[in-house]
Write a protein that binds this ligand. Structure first.
Ligand SMILES: [Mn+2]
Length: 348
């Protein structure tokens, strides 16, 4: 595997040389954060970012994300122009040495939590999702923690209205329409697309979500069979759905060559339903068997990019929610150990 770390560009409070100091760190996962969804990324910007990373001894081979414009998800006539821009961006990142593009196809909202700083007894804090708190949110007047308020209240209502006619089937068809246009570009320039599962993996506010469970993934891969059409295996996102068997899914999709990128983090179920909190990466801190997941990946041929996903805020750090330095660095060190134990089991 190739261990990587998310880097939010030059505005990131965590400098590249700190990232490089984490053992076994091979590269960063980044994006052109200042270009809105649907826009065109500039080659000069990408080359500048790559030069900074390389000067710090880090590769820039994974992009997270090139965002998909809502018109593509809605299947509006304007989608073809946005898909052309997307294809152009794939070629631009490939020219800058990128091998893997993570993206998602969640309508309107991507990840959702109800608290970004849930206090833990040990003085750390982390993100969490409470079923009851979520049920109290009013979609007519949303104030979501962490959501970047890219839309005004009116724009959001209009967008939610447009989605009223978009069924699960229609959203799926729109994803396949998009993939049938961009995957040939990826084949041509050697880039793997890695769809990120829905987070959490169920419909929200009546909006359909179609990348939540094994059946969804099977449908996406059979509709567009090229191996460049792959997955970001995000354990925290898939794992929030108790219906997902993570080790068996990791084994199945690794064996088929579909996992190009893995987001590894642990969560803990906090009620009998769908509430959870984010915890340290170590298996016993949460509900996911991280060792079994890593074993399933490696033993089935996974050799792609890995990053420690969300960490807690620890040691007094007040980091970007989920993206402080310390706990993600601990996560990377722990994951290095899990991988080394399976990749190099040594002599008996
Ligand atoms: Mn993830």
């Amino acid at each position: 595997m190739k261990m990587t770390f998310r880097w939010y560009g030059q505005n990131d409070a965590i400098p590249l040389n700190y990232i490089k100091q984490i053992p076994n760190m091979s590269g960063v996962v980044t994006a052109c954060y200042d270009v809105p969804a649907g826009g065109v990324w500039k080659s000069e910007t990408l080359e500048g970012m790559r030069a900074l990373c390389n000067a710090a001894g880090l590769a820039m081979e994974v992009i997270e994300s090139i965002p998909v414009h809502e018109d593509i998800k809605l299947g509006k006539p304007s989608r073809d122009g946005y898909i052309a821009n997307y294809a152009q961006n794939i070629r631009a990142v490939a020219d800058a040495g990128v091998k893997c593009v993570c993206y998602n196809f969640m309508p309107v909202f991507d990840w959702l939590r109800t608290n970004l700083k849930t206090p833990n007894a040990d003085g750390s804090n982390a993100l969490s999702y409470s079923h009851d708190d979520f049920a109290r949110l009013d979609p007519q007047n949303l104030r979501l923690p962490g959501w970047d308020e890219s839309y005004s209240r009116e724009q959001l209502q209009e967008l939610l209205g447009e989605y009223k006619s978009v069924t699960r089937q229609k959203l799926f068809d729109n994803l396949i329409y998009f993939l049938k246009k961009v995957i040939p570009v990826c084949v041509d320039c050697g880039v793997n697309m890695a769809i990120h599962p829905d987070d959490p993996p169920w419909d929200v506010f009546g909006l359909p979500r179609i990348v939540s469970r094994e059946e969804d993934l099977d449908n996406i891969f059979s509709a567009v069979p090229e191996l460049n059409n792959g997955l970001t295996f995000c354990t925290g996102s898939l794992g929030a759905g108790r219906f997902n068997g993570l080790a068996s899914m990791a084994a199945k999709y690794a064996k088929r060559g579909r996992i190009h990128f893995a987001h590894l983090r642990n969560i803990k179920y906090t009620d009998a339903g769908d509430s959870f909190c984010e915890v340290a990466h170590y298996s016993d801190c949460g509900s996911l068997d991280m060792a079994a997941i890593v074993r399933a990946l490696v033993q089935n041929g996974f050799n792609g990019y890995v990053r420690p996903d969300h960490g807690r805020n620890i040691w007094g750090e007040d980091g970007k929610p989920g993206y402080g330095l310390y706990d993600r660095a601990l996560g990377a060190a722990y994951l290095n150990g899990l991988f080394e134990a399976v990749e190099r089991p040594g002599q008996a």
